[in-house]
Unconditional design. Structure first.
Length: 516
């Protein structure tokens, strides 16, 4: 037993350093030797969860729960897996069961609050975070969760206040520094800027904590027009993040080529509209940081439109139903194209996902930018849907990606050469879709919108087959939640400062300078 305890300590150290492959290997070996030791199932399931293999995680946690039905930690992890696989009702019920069994288990309140926030139920989310706060008012995660919730609602003063409380408890909780930086216009002498400099110079931070601070410092220094200093921090932050990633740009290039090969011969005139339900969809897509949040704010200012935010469901359908070994299958897509019952099944699974929002409006948006990859599929599953493609000056777009730290995905954005390569693949794919589906994709160009906002907004609303409403011109007053980095910008009237923002950094961006 002493050896087992030592082995578990080793596995937990590997887990804490995010060496999940080794965790999985060692935990599986130990489970063969000690199949009755439930903690191993929790560790193994958590490792699978961290690498995104939610099906295996669910299998392991379910087995662990059957062995020890009263194990709260396993129940909590299983509920999180249900959330990640889209089984929202199961997730919600299990979190509520945990709270019933152990009313002082803070993680369940936070996780259920996050689930509510993901479903745009911010009132319930905040209520759950506040209930957790009554149990423990010194938990930084609770304060940070409240900060995120109020940021999403556009209550930036409250968001900053809760982020500062997070840092008072745990100065190394540098996600809170990042959140503050997103909602602050820095001037010389700013106290938070001074605190961040002290922190990065004097505290022992891990790489993740450093990355948050580096991007936040770069943002502050750009505000104060300290461009060289800003770029130094940006460059360091990007290199540190890129070093931590398992990413191969050649796999992305192969992926884009595969997409074109799959869809090149389709005749979309054969697609039937017969199964389209009452709810209409507007897909707002394009490169991240191209103006998708702005366009969603404009469209969802209309009284007939509900803001669903960035939805994972289309990508989930591709991965679960239309791929082999995580690669989109040409055979499965061609089968789908010729099978009305399968089209109905997959489109209904998407609409079932939307039920979580209880939207009364008859039009809903999906603003996941990377849905630009699935335009061919969108027109198969939802032939009546509207597609609005957001575009922006390539250099400004890529710089904006390089300037921001994305907690999940977008691994192509932390190296200038890889970012340029990905952008070229995206641009080529959009040309492909426009040739394949002429006249079906609306081009919402950011610079055009800045130059003549009223005219462009009217064109977007008309393309979406919505009757004109003056509220669309006052999109910055839209109270719909925003859960992206653009939350502060999208709640302001249209401004020109982000046009040609590349120019002041151009001398430092040799590779990005090559985009045209």
């Amino acid at each position: 037993m002493k050896n087992l305890e030592n082995d578990i300590k080793i596995i937990l150290n590997l887990f804490n350093t995010k060496n999940f492959d080794s965790v999985i290997s060692k935990a599986k070996r130990l489970i063969k030797q000690f199949p009755e030791y439930v903690v191993l199932y929790n560790i193994l399931g958590s490792a699978y969860q961290n690498i995104g293999d939610f099906q295996l995680a669910k299998k392991i946690f379910t087995k662990g729960q059957a062995m020890d039905p009263g194990n709260i930690a396993i129940k909590n992890n299983l509920a999180n897996v249900y959330k990640n696989t889209g089984d929202i009702e199961l997730s919600e019920k299990l979190f509520e069961k945990i709270i019933e069994l152990k009313p002082d288990y803070i993680n369940a309140y936070i996780n259920l609050g996050n689930l509510k926030r993901d479903n745009n139920n911010f009132t319930s989310a905040i209520n759950l975070y506040e209930r957790a706060l009554k149990i423990n008012d010194r938990d930084p995660v609770i304060f940070y969760s409240l900060a995120l919730a109020y940021q999403g609602l556009g209550s930036f003063d409250l968001a900053i206040d809760y982020a500062q409380k997070t840092l008072e408890i745990e100065p190394k909780f540098t996600q809170a520094d990042m959140l503050i930086s997103q909602s602050t216009k820095y001037e010389n002498g700013n106290q938070h800027y001074k605190q961040m400099n002290l922190k990065i110079n004097n505290l022992k931070l891990n790489d993740e904590q450093k990355i948050n601070i580096l991007f936040a410092l770069a943002k502050a220094e750009e505000d104060m027009n300290q461009i060289e200093k800003s770029f130094e921090h940006l460059d360091f932050g990007n290199k540190l993040k890129r070093k931590s990633l398992k990413f191969d740009i050649n796999e992305e290039i192969e992926f884009f080529n595969n997409l074109k090969d799959i869809f090149k011969d389709f005749n979309y005139d054969k697609i039937s509209n017969a199964n389209s339900p009452n709810k209409n969809l507007i897909f707002i897509l394009g490169m991240p940081r191209s103006g998708t949040s702005l366009v969603e704010q404009i469209i969802t200012s209309h009284s007939n439109v509900f803001s669903s935010g960035e939805l994972p469901q289309l990508s989930k359908i591709v991965l679960d139903q239309l791929s082999v070994n995580n690669v989109m299958s040409k055979a499965k897509i061609h089968k789908l194209f010729n099978d009305d019952s399968l089209i109905k099944k997959l489109s209904n699974s998407y609409y079932d996902y939307l039920e979580r929002f209880n939207a009364t409006e008859h039009v809903l948006t999906d603003k996941a930018p990377l849905n630009f990859r699935w335009i061919g599929l969108i027109k198969i599953l939802f032939p009546k849907s509207k597609i609005v493609h957001c575009s922006r000056n390539p250099k400004d777009n890529c710089l904006s990606l390089y300037k921001n730290y994305f907690e999940g995905g977008l691994n192509f954005s932390y190296n200038q050469k890889e970012l340029v390569s990905y952008y070229k693949q995206y641009s080529s794919l959009m040309n492909f879709w426009n040739d394949l589906l002429p006249g079906t994709i609306y081009e919402a160009n950011y610079e055009r919108m800045i130059k003549n906002s009223a005219e462009e907004i009217r064109k977007i609303i008309k393309f979406c087959d919505l009757p004109w409403e003056e509220s669309c011109l006052s999109f910055h007053k839209n109270k719909a939640p925003i859960k992206t980095l653009s939350t502060a910008q999208a709640r302001k009237p249209i401004y020109k400062s982000s046009v040609n923002s590349f120019d002041k950094f151009s001398s430092f961006l040799e590779d990005l300078n090559k985009i045209s």
